[in-house]
Design a protein around this ligand. Structure first.
Ligand code: NAP
Length: 226
């Protein structure tokens, strides 16, 4: 049986990742702040309480799961930093918000990767996935949303570094953009449903080969410009 660990596993894209992998008979290590949405799901789903910005808890969970081989680690938890008062617009930037968004979107995935690299390296599939965004692309930038964009650009750089540093262990590191999706974060105007995005991402992850290490892809497997 293959094993996946998912952060932010009880809402939005993370919840659908949990459902999709459970339906494929994977063992799911579902990490979330609240278990409510996971309670009635069918399959081999183990709930682990985790706020990804509690780095002591991240390390403690890695120790608790020290016997596990984790085939796929999905660093999914994230926040937009949007709060309706232009806090990401030039002239109205909020440093406290910057720190919060960076803590969740940038620092936490790296701490997860550091803490669980050995669990992934000892598995069969060895895949380390960051759920990033096209908004982190410098080549594709059209301005605005400073904080969220920069948090995902930095996340992309982390995954590019991990791809090099973990290559000798055979770990495949990929930054994956889900598309613009109808979730609490994406909003109802988004063109993609969760049911279109997540199964497509699972298929992309399934097909990853060692030669894909260090790529920046979107949900349908298309290459994105850094
Ligand atoms: N939706 C889109 O269009 C879109 C586009 C590009 C990239 N993304 C990325 O996709 C990922 C998932 O987004 P989504 O659309 O599913 O957003 P969402 O519906 O707002 O869900 C966000 C998830 O992140 C979790 N989370 C936030 N802060 C956390 C923390 N400190 N510790 C643990 N979990 C935390 C939330 O858990 P709680 O329920 O506990 O808050 C929730 O499960 C994010 O990384 C996002 O940046 C989304």
């Amino acid at each position: 049986m293959s094993t996946v660990l998912i952060t932010g596993a009880a809402r939005g894209l993370g919840l659908e990742f949990t459902k999709q992998y459970a339906a494929r008979d994977w063992k799911v290590l579902a990490c979330a702040r609240k278990p409510d949405a996971l309670k009635d799901l069918k399959g081999e789903i183990g709930y682990h309480a985790l706020d990804v910005t509690d780095f002591k808890a991240v390390k403690a969970l890695a120790r608790k799961l020290s016997g596990e081989a984790i085939d796929v680690l999905v660093c999914n938890a994230g926040i937009s930093g949007e709060r309706g008062d232009s806090a990401q617009t030039l002239g109205a930037l909020d440093p406290a918000l910057w720190r919060k968004v960076f803590e969740v979107n940038t620092l936490a995935p790296l701490m997860m990767a550091e803490s669980f690299a050995d669990h992934v390296a000892r598995s069969q599939q060895r895949k380390l996935i960051a759920i990033t965004s096209i908004l982190g692309s410098i080549a594709n930038n059209n301005g605005g949303r400073y904080i969220y964009r920069a948090s995902k650009t930095a996340l992309n750089m982390e995954w590019s570094c991990l791809a090099k540093d973990l290559a000798s262990k055979g770990v495949i590191c990929v930054a994956l953009h889900p598309g613009w999706v109808q979730t609490d974060m994406g909003g109802s105007a988004a063109p993609l449903t969760i049911g279109q995005s997540v199964p497509a991402m699972v298929k992309v992850i399934e097909g990853l080969k060692p030669s894909d290490n260090g790529r920046y892809l979107q949900y349908d497997g298309a290459e994105l410009p850094w």
